[in-house]
Design a protein around this ligand. Structure first.
Ligand code: APR
Length: 242
């Protein structure tokens, strides 16, 4: 299928793109959910029950994310954003800042960010790179009511309207390093396909989701730069063929 070189390009990333930078994924061997109970560290109820346990979980992940460097897959997406002539949007489920470190700008964190805290008293957000805790005062209202600015299970992901509008016009939809098991992100490919987009999955293993027109299997740090190169190189006057 020819992709017009000005076609809107929407990219969805998951934990797999950061695996090459040493950050754990959630599922599969060695995944975070093998060592932690989702209900205890990734739900509002868990935070209610034991806020310090939840602060510690995200403090550990914030330290690991701060020490991590973007890999060739993150850099390939930043280069794709710079070179793409049509509308471009990168939607990440990841809460690390590796896309930013690689230079991505048109970026949405639909599940929140480790480097942000949300005050449950005044509702304001603050950029945050230190440890969080339940006794730390909010920089805006002074109340000790901070929580990680992370979307937990049972909560509504951020920027869904903007994401829906982008998917509506997508010409090409790339899904990179995500198991496609958590909604609403897992439903993006179906919506993009319904709107006529070409859909490509780039993942360590083929998830055999029939909604993808193409599967590129292997480590994204190895496969994505080559894929981006072929996408940009093969653009002709009337578009890229992938
Ligand atoms: N290159 C490409 N893909 C990889 C790599 C790699 N080096 N390593 C792992 N993967 C793939 C795995 O095959 C898997 O399909 O990345 C995917 C990771 O899946 P998950 O661990 O489920 O992570 P993700 O899809 O991002 O989870 C979605 O679930 O728990 C919630 O909020 C959390 O945002 C997260 C959401």
């Amino acid at each position: 299928m020819k992709i017009p070189k000005t076609a809107p390009l929407i990219v969805l990333t998951g934990a797999g793109i950061s695996a090459g930078s040493g950050l754990a994924t959630f599922r599969g061997s060695g995944g975070l959910w093998a060592g932690y109970d989702i209900n205890e560290v990734a739900t509002p109820e868990g935070f209610q029950r034991d806020p310090e346990l939840v602060h510690d979980f995200y403090n550990m992940r914030r330290h690991e994310s701060a020490a991590a460097l973007p890999n060739a897959a993150h850099r390939a997406l930043a280069a794709l954003e710079d070179a793409w002539e049509g509308p471009f949007l990168l939607v990440t489920q990841n809460v690390d800042d590796l896309h930013e470190k690689a230079g991505s700008r048109r970026l949405i964190h639909m599940h929140g960010r480790l480097n942000s805290v949300l005050c449950t008293a005044c509702g304001k957000r603050s950029e945050w790179h230190e440890d969080t805790g339940s006794q730390i005062p909010c920089p805006h209202c002074g109340q000790p009511a901070l929580r990680p600015d992370i979307v937990w299970f049972g909560e509504m992901p951020y920027h869904m309207e903007e994401i829906g509008a982008a998917l509506e016009n997508a010409g090409l939809f790339l899904s990179i390093g995500t198991s496609g098991t958590v909604y609403p992100a897992a439903g993006f490919v179906a919506y993009a396909k319904e709107q006529g987009a070409e859909t490509v999955e780039i993942n360590l293993e083929n998830t055999h989701n029939p909604l993808f027109d193409r599967h590129v299997s292997g480590d994204a740090a190895a496969t994505l730069p080559a894929f981006v190169e072929s996408l940009l190189r093969s653009r002709s006057g009337n578009g890229s063929s992938i």
